[in-house]
Design a protein around this ligand. Structure first.
Ligand code: ADP
Ligand code: MG
Length: 582
């Protein structure tokens, strides 16, 4: 075929394909337009997962009648004029492509009336072909109706996922925008059912409740971090709350929802060793930085951005999250079981009226600022103060498994195994980070035989083991010789440690080298830590307690389980009926 220029129709379908990949993309673009128009209310109606209808109405600035026809033209925008302005974009849109793209693959009706004008206007476009603009009676604002999406692109229709998948994509999208723009009232209806309704009263924790449920929303930790001109705000899950995938890690950059692998990594690194392997946090972080430091013109769907200084943003996110986690790192409080004494007053602050109406829909009461404020306070007061432990006085050992200690604020029960795991782990990792793990040579090298699969796995891990202070070499088929181990494990069984490295080892999807090292260190420390049921001499007990006090994250083991339970003086007094008993 000779080279030729594509017909306008083909070119526009190709371009549309980049912007409108699926029904959720329509919702996203229309939502962004409404937000750019300064809407305070946005209503979204969806039928048949967006294939039948997506309709977005807003009460924003509207489109003057004489600009209606232009609005659906490609590269027509009111948000950008000069190329330089691409680096000072403060709107979500700027490409002038969305309406044109959507209109080329659907039957689109655009109704709009700027506030202050008396008559609105209506424009219809079918598969890219516009009809004349006519007057229309309507409330101020804009309504875009997109019917029969992809009716003229049957191939695209075939590629759509199951309706339920598309629907949940849209729900997730709208909920995230509702969270980011918590001062805007959102109403999302799918097939006649309200899925989301927010109050627009700027309470993000309220919107979180519709995203994750009341209980989870209450537990989410609030992040507030500033480093010069970068601020990081939002919510992250506490270490006790996690998911099996990364889908709930959300970032907004200057009000724009973006996918960014490196920010995800910053997030995961901040949780490093605090979550069990294979578990991921939930988060919604809102990063604000000067618009000139972000290039938003990277991706047709505007789902990616580039930073002028990626390391600074990465580090801000990581520090923000880490600091928040350390500050809240909880010692689980013993809460009286129901019917056995009285519920913790901290729990009482959260208003069950927040409970959502059926089907995950949030029916948020309009008012009730008091109870909501109390709920927020209860949530953020929990688990304070910071990571460091108070000085503890050893009382003794119980059941050969728990240490009992007294602190200024009550009694601590410490799981000796989990505590020792934490101590060993932090020492090993800190030595490894300094690039010098103290190694202890064995008097006699030991020999380890493994089944072939495990042997192969161990073979791959030898470089990491070397970094961690193990001297292991391959020695004949499926056989290894161990000459030295980290000095902190002196006197413990090196072969058990190596077996732990390869027993049912399943790697994370894309483990970073550092993650892998920590994973392996965690496994070894777990295997070599003192066990529950093991008698410890009073000196050993004291030493363990002192060592734990010096840890950076003394309150959880490297796998995220608590190392201790705290019985506060307050709780003891209530349990004994000295205070507040009814
Ligand atoms: P972009 O948002 O990139 O400018 P669009 O194709 O999404 O491009 O929209 C084209 C133009 O139509 C916008 O620049 C804006 O002026 C106008 N417009 C679209 N939607 C709305 C709306 N909901 N309210 C007011 N104006 C709108
Ligand atoms: Mg737009």
């Amino acid at each position: 075929m000779p080279i030729h220029i594509l017909s306008a129709e083909v070119a526009s379908q190709i371009a549309a394909g980049e912007v409108v990949e699926r029904p959720a993309s329509v919702v996203k673009e229309l939502l962004e337009n409404a937000l750019d128009a300064g809407a305070t209310r946005v209503a979204i109606l969806v039928e048949k997962a967006g294939q039948r209808l997506v309709e977005v109405s807003d009460d924003g600035a509207g489109i003057p009648q004489d600009e209606m026809a232009l609005a659906v033209e490609r590269h027509a925008t009111s948000k950008l004029r000069l190329a330089e302005e691409l680096f000072s974009i403060r709107t979500l849109g700027f490409r002038g492509e969305a309406l044109a793209s959507i209109a080329s693959v659907s039957r689109l009706t655009l109704d709009s009336r700027p506030p202050g004008t008396t008559v609105g206007a209506r424009l219809r476009v079918e598969g890219g072909v516009s009809s004349a603009v006519e007057p229309a009676a309507m409330p101020a604002g804009t309504r875009v109706r997109v019917e029969d999406l992809f009716f003229n692109v049957p191939a695209r229709l075939k590629f759509l996922k199951k309706e339920s998948t598309e629907r949940s994509q849209m729900d997730a999208l709208v909920m995230r925008y509702a969270l980011a723009y918590s001062h805007v009232r959102f109403h999302l209806v799918q097939d006649g059912k309200t899925v989301l309704q927010t109050s627009g009263n700027n309470e993000r924790r309220e919107v979180l409740a519709s995203l994750y449920g009341v209980d989870t929303a209450r537990q989410m930790l609030e992040v507030l971090f500033e480093d010069q001109d970068i601020t990081v705000r939002g919510f992250i899950s506490p270490v006790g709350l996690s998911r099996s995938n990364r889908r709930e890690i959300t970032f907004f950059i200057n009000g724009r929802w973006v996918q960014d692998a490196s920010l995800n990594t910053a997030m995961l690194q901040a949780y490093h060793t605090l979550l069990m392997v294979g578990r991921y946090p939930m988060s919604a972080l809102f990063v604000e930085l000067p618009p000139e430091d972000v290039d938003v013109n990277v991706h047709p769907a505007k789902a990616e951005v580039r930073f002028r200084n990626p390391d600074r943003v990465f580090s801000a996110v990581q520090r923000a999250v880490r600091r928040c986690l350390l500050a809240y790192s909880p010692v689980p409080q013993v809460v009286s079981p129901a019917g056995w004494g009285q519920a913790s007053p901290r729990q009482a602050g959260f208003d069950p009226a927040w409970e959502m109406a059926g089907g995950g829909a949030a029916a948020l009461p309009d008012g009730e600022p008091d109870s909501q404020a109390a709920g927020r306070e209860a949530a953020s007061a929990e688990g304070l103060p910071s990571g460091a432990l108070p000085l503890l006085r050893l009382v003794g050992q119980v059941g050969n498994t728990y240490l009992v200690a007294e602190g200024p604020d009550g009694l601590y029960l410490i799981d000796q195994h989990a505590a020792h795991e934490r101590v060993l782990f932090e020492r090993l990792i800190s030595q490894q980070k300094r690039g010098r793990v103290d190694s202890q040579a064995l008097l006699e090298p030991l020999v380890l035989h493994l089944p072939p699969r495990q042997a192969a796995m161990l073979g791959e891990k030898l470089p990491i083991l070397a970094v961690l202070g193990f001297d292991v070499e391959s020695f004949g088929p499926a056989t290894f010789r161990v000459r030295a181990l980290p000095a902190i494990f002196t006197g413990r069984d090196p072969l058990a440690a190596l077996r732990a490295v390869v027993e049912d080892f399943e790697e994370d999807e894309t483990p970073l080298q550092a993650e892998l090292e920590a994973q392996i260190a965690g496994r070894v420390c777990k295997r070599l830590a003192v066990k529950g049921g093991q008698t410890l001499s009073p000196d050993e007990q004291k030493a363990l307690l002192r060592d734990l006090e010096t840890c950076q994250s003394p309150r959880t083991c490297p796998h995220g389980r608590p190392t201790m339970i705290h019985l506060s003086v307050d709780l003891l007094e209530r349990q004994f009926g000295r205070r507040g008993a009814r």
